[in-house]
Design a protein around this ligand. Sequence first.
Ligand SMILES: [Zn+2]
Length: 476
Amino acid sequence: MAKGITPRKEDYSQWYLDVIAAADLAEHSAVKGCMVIKPNGYAIWEMIQGQLDRMFKETGHVNAYFPLFIPESLMHKEAEHVEGFAPECAVVTHGGGKKLEEALFVRPTSETIIWSTYKNWIQSYRDLPILINQWANVVRWEMRTRLFLRTTEFLWQEGHTAHASAAEAEEETLKILDVYRRFAEEYLAAPVYVGFKSEKEKFAGAVRTYCIEAMMQDRKALQAGTSHNLGQNFSKAFDVTFQDEQGKLQHVYATSWGVSTRLVGALIMTHSDDNGLVLPPRLAPLKVVLIPIWKEDAEMERMRQHAQALTASWQGKISFKIDDRDQYRPGYKFNEWEKRGIPIRIEIGPKDVAAQQVVVVRRDTGEKIAMPQENLLAKIEALLEEIQNNLLQRARALRDDNTFTVDAYDDFSARIENPGGFFRVHWCGSELCENKFQETSRATIRTIPLDETKEQGACIVCGAPSKGRVLVAKSY
Ligand SMILES: [Zn+2]
């Protein structure tokens, strides 16, 4: 256990905050509920952003930017939407020292401002589809906040697309859901359950909300991304129509989808340990740290030069750093990079130089490996992939070992408290029974899985017929 980090077993919530502090990722700010994302934390967000941005562009999307403010009248156009979001909105009433004629909402999400704009962009089927993404900040007035997981202001991306048919909109919604799933598994190394939300849990204004749900190490669920099929709800509210190929006027079909800085919280809680942050290599801004070791001052320069010679060909191929600060002892440096989650540490001392080897230490397992210096970069790159895979396997094992199938309500309510986890249960589909999960166990239906095998059963709450199992868990 590292100094200053509460063990997970003792207090998971405190451990999470301690890891953030130890890795210097973020801190609370002078504004209640808003955080300062520090350089180490922001670099991780940039890695997430960069990869997702590539994936959006590969699937045909482009970036644009819309205003931070939304006139009150626009917010009110879609009834369900305003009912869902208005209570958590910040509203600007004054500007330039005067009361505004119309109040401006600080965007909690941008459907309304974007659909009021799309109205001017869309006349014919030839103007469709529109496949736009925006990287932005949004504000939702949260009462209880937690760094990265729930903050009043947060960073995210929001995609807003317009289509000529219901089928095309559904296809887009599922395409993005799959981008999110692939990103979670291949980059975040976080296996996810994929499905859609119940009517009660869906996005305000959506026809259907799809989601990916990950399990954290305390066995709670974390919603890591959502993709909404909005049907014609927003195009009808904003009267956005197009002339189809037959010359008939139709309302446009819409989708919206987003992930946020919450993913940084997911990354921390999925992989980190009692020694600090553990970064999946593909999202690690810095992948390797080399630490030259010397005892006598006379050896210092030689070890430094050796580390430089060893990595001379690495520039531009891998993100690495030589930590040759002479005011700190090696043990201090090991500890510091460990806390910050750097996937691989390479130690090189006089004995290693003589033996033409280095000592490589894996952050995920702590394993120390003596490696010949020949072809070192290729070996390090292979090891980074192995670490990435190991983290995914480890997270998958935890999730699978803690996903249970239960049929009796008493069994469910006892086990959701201890040990916790994801529970596959039959549900009749009524909101009454859904509320009971929430009231008695503080758990919610996380998702109705897409790959669930259809089976007949009895609702775990009321006994009415059910056609399949849903996933229930406590969540962040
Ligand atoms: Zn029921």
